[in-house]
Design a protein. Structure first.
Length: 217
């Protein structure tokens, strides 16, 4: 695991989101849920874009398999499936294959299935929804490792992501150093505040103007 990912792994999505806010950057996405583990994941992004199968030539290559085969240990696969079709973008065999490659997890703007199987594997699946409906005949992969959209954020291969029980936060590769530095500073200040609360200081005093102004540019 490289140093940038190690540092990102020590942060939660809220700290990263606050850093993005402070720097005036996009990246935080709500509404994608942690479905199969209780673990936070962080890593470098590989992307997959899925679309409607209707009108497209048939393919023998199963969706997301190219990304799994291209992945390095610790990478996170991020999938766009914004067709509105109730069809799974990810399933149990993909979780097996991804875990075998050391993939840290998958983040899907769309539905996933075989959640119980992924839970048994302890493979982290974050998705917009869950379903039992197969992708067969409904959706197909149209690109791997090209820029996709997740929520309202453009996500490119090589970007960074952290996902946990609160949200998913993406950081563009060009911004990772300053986002990490800003997020780490925010965490340090919030640690001091938490310690003051535990020592018995009044919460109105601790959560005063200093907190409100933390994210001012």
């Amino acid at each position: 695991m490289n140093d940038l990912v190690s540092r990102l792994n020590r942060l939660d999505s809220c700290a990263v989101s606050d850093a993005l806010d402070k720097l005036g950057l996009p990246g935080a996405v709500s509404g994608i849920h942690r479905l199969s583990t209780d673990r936070r994941i962080a890593g470098c992004v590989l992307t997959v874009k899925l679309d409607r199968a209707e009108g497209r030539a048939a393919t023998t290559r199963h969706l997301c398999t190219a990304a799994i085969e291209a992945a390095h240990a610790g990478d996170v696969i991020v999938v766009e499936q914004r067709t509105g079709i109730d069809a799974a973008s990810w399933g149990g065999n993909l979780s097996i294959g991804a875990k075998q490659r050391g993939v840290a997890g998958v983040v899907i703007d769309g539905p996933a299935r075989d959640i119980d199987e992924s839970r048994q594997l302890d493979f982290p699946v974050f998705a917009k929804d869950h379903t039992a409906r197969t992708a067969r005949g409904r959706i197909v992969e149209v690109s791997t490792n090209e820029t996709i959209t997740v929520g309202d954020v453009a996500v490119s291969p090589g970007d960074y992501v952290v996902a946990d029980g609160s949200a998913v936060a993406f950081v563009a590769a060009r911004d990772i150093d300053r986002v990490l530095e800003t997020a780490e500073a925010i965490v340090a200040r919030e640690k001091v505040m938490a310690e003051a609360l535990l020592a018995g200081q009044p919460i109105s005093q601790v959560m005063g103007a200093g907190y409100e102004h933390m994210l001012k540019k």
